[in-house]
Ligand binder design. Structure first.
Ligand code: TGC
Ligand code: FAD
Length: 433
């Protein structure tokens, strides 16, 4: 009796357990079906729900950047690109919006997350890489150098005005004879034999974004054979010591202004040399942030190419009145591009989060800079084919993105250079020389 009761109890327990399992399985299936149902509205603009990985504040910042870029930048980009004209007021507008030096805390800067900053660069470059370039050079390279390596006096003197876009900065590392290999730079600094507490800078930098309009130039030069960073104020340079001619007739990045920097004994007070950083670590630390921004930005440019190519493919009819979008080869181009844009953006969020947690190493940034620049260029070029002959007309925007993305793949470390950085980390063997 006792045993029977126990059996009954066990049977009933097993039945209960089985029911529970079935219920759990059923509700799990229902849940999954529910999830599939809600995800069945596959959104090619956000296929893997990147949005779910963002904080509310980051979404709001992205929306602000999207609104600014589409309303203020897009209407002027064609004329700017045709005329090779960069409107300096754009930096003031970006300053007003809080985009300049946005990850810096204090000094009039917004202090947003690295992911939020990435979302801003994505929206700006959705319009044009040249506008993102202006933003990157002002924020990551110029303000970033002052913030990370300048004295407190330099930070207080320059950062608030730079955050407003009232003072424009540039970053001079590349030289006519030394691009991928900046360690061999020839620009030198020497102690002024006639004035105590002054250095004199001599040499040339080339391909320097914003140099013709810069009020403040971050210049990397060798002092006694060691690379040091200097802040050059244009207004302090005696006539004939500093020239910053523009490089005209570019085939890409025409909405951005690029120039040279010629220095012939430019005087710099010793307080304007970054005191505690020596060697390539200085410029490369700034480049880490800028390269991270490019990885995001190029995805914005690619997303714009996708959007425009999709619309074109749906409206253009060829063969028996079919839209181009009906053809498999066209669909494959779009599927490939959307997949790489999605993966590229997810990688950016992950690297941004790691950056925020202080878990980043430079090779992670090399990986996303290289991958996103390469994939965006390949896909933009491929999507360009969908437009046929119309791709040649600048009103379709795609040719501009293709030309710009070649530049993005080249500056801040050409893609093959990032392959070598990754290769060194993978094998432990250095292959640069
Ligand atoms: P290497 O021996 O690798 O390093 C020398 C020293 O630098 C340190 N370092 C880094 N520190 C922080 N972050 C990084 N990413 C770093 N990479 C290297 C390294 O630890 C070492 O420190 P220390 O203290 O031991 O001396 O130097 P290398 O001469 O062998 O360098 C080789 C290579 C290829 C990696 C490097 O030269 C390179 O990255 N070349 C590419 C040059 C480049 O990116 N130029 C960019 C110019 S600025 C620009 O393009 C702006 S465009 C802006 C726009 O419009 O958007
Ligand atoms: P090179 O170093 O001559 O390289 C040429 C080719 O050789 C590349 O494909 C490269 O990958 C390859 N190569 C070089 N070395 C090796 C090797 N060891 N192994 C295999 N392949 C190799 N610089 C700044 O300092 N500040 C700026 O603001 C700035 N803005 C720019 C804006 C524009 C529009 C452009 C076009 C460039 C800008 N640059 C700037 C310069 C840019 O960073 C350099 O162009 C870039 O670093 C490459 O250097 P390079 O042009 O001298 O090419």
């Amino acid at each position: 009796m006792h045993i029977n009761m126990l059996r009954i109890a066990i049977r009933s327990h097993l039945r209960l357990a089985s029911n529970l399992r079935q219920n759990r399985h059923r509700s799990g299936n229902q849940l999954l079906r529910g999830q599939f149902r809600s995800a069945s509205t596959f959104d090619y603009k956000d296929p893997l729900l990147l949005r779910n990985l963002l904080e509310d504040e980051e979404i709001a910042i992205a929306e602000t950047a999207q609104e600014y870029s589409s309303q203020k930048l897009l209407p002027r980009v064609l004329a700017a690109y045709r005329d090779e004209d960069f409107d300096k007021n754009i930096l003031k507008e970006m300053g007003e919006a809080g985009f300049l030096g946005a990850t810096i805390t204090g000094y009039g800067c917004a202090g947003v997350s690295d992911v939020a900053m990435g979302l801003i660069t994505r929206e700006v470059e959705r319009v044009d890489s040249g506008y993102r370039s202006a933003l990157s050079v002002q924020s990551s390279l110029s303000m970033g150098a002052i913030h990370d390596f300048g004295t407190e006096e330099l930070k207080e003197q320059f950062l608030p005005e730079m955050a407003r876009g009232a003072i424009v900065g540039c970053f001079g590392l590349t030289e006519p004879n030394h691009g991928s290999d900046p360690g061999s730079m020839e620009t030198i600094a020497r102690v002024d034999p006639n004035r105590e507490g002054m250095y004199l800078l001599s040499g040339s930098k080339t391909w320097i974004t914003n140099s013709p309009i810069a009020d403040v130039l971050i210049v990397w030069a060798k002092l006694d054979g060691k690379i040091r960073g200097f802040l050059v104020e244009r207004s302090r340079c005696p006539p004939g010591t500093l020239e910053t001619p523009a490089i005209k007739n570019k085939t890409g990045l025409r909405a951005s202004i690029t120039g040279m920097v010629h220095m012939d004994n430019v005087p710099v007070p010793k307080e304007f040399m970054f005191p505690d950083v020596e060697g390539l670590r200085g410029p490369f630390a700034c480049l880490n942030n800028a390269r991270y921004g490019i990885a995001w930005g190029t995805m914005g440019a690619l997303e714009d190419c996708i959007e425009r190519a999709r619309e074109y493919a749906l409206s253009r009819k060829q063969f028996k009145g079919n839209p181009l979008a009906k053809y498999q080869l066209i669909q494959k181009k779009l599927a490939d591009a959307v997949t790489d844009a999605t993966f590229g953006l997810l990688a950016c969020v992950q690297v941004g989060r790691l950056k925020g947690q202080g878990l980043i190493v430079p090779e992670m940034i090399s990986m996303i800079k290289r991958q996103n620049c390469d994939r965006s260029l390949v896909h933009a070029r491929c999507l360009q084919e969908i437009f046929g002959g119309n791709a040649v007309a600048d009103e379709y925007h795609i040719g501009r993105h293709v030309a710009n993305l070649f530049v993005a793949q080249t500056y801040e470390g050409q893609s093959d250079i990032h392959s070598l950085i990754l290769g060194r980390a993978i094998t432990g063997v250095q292959a640069f020389c």
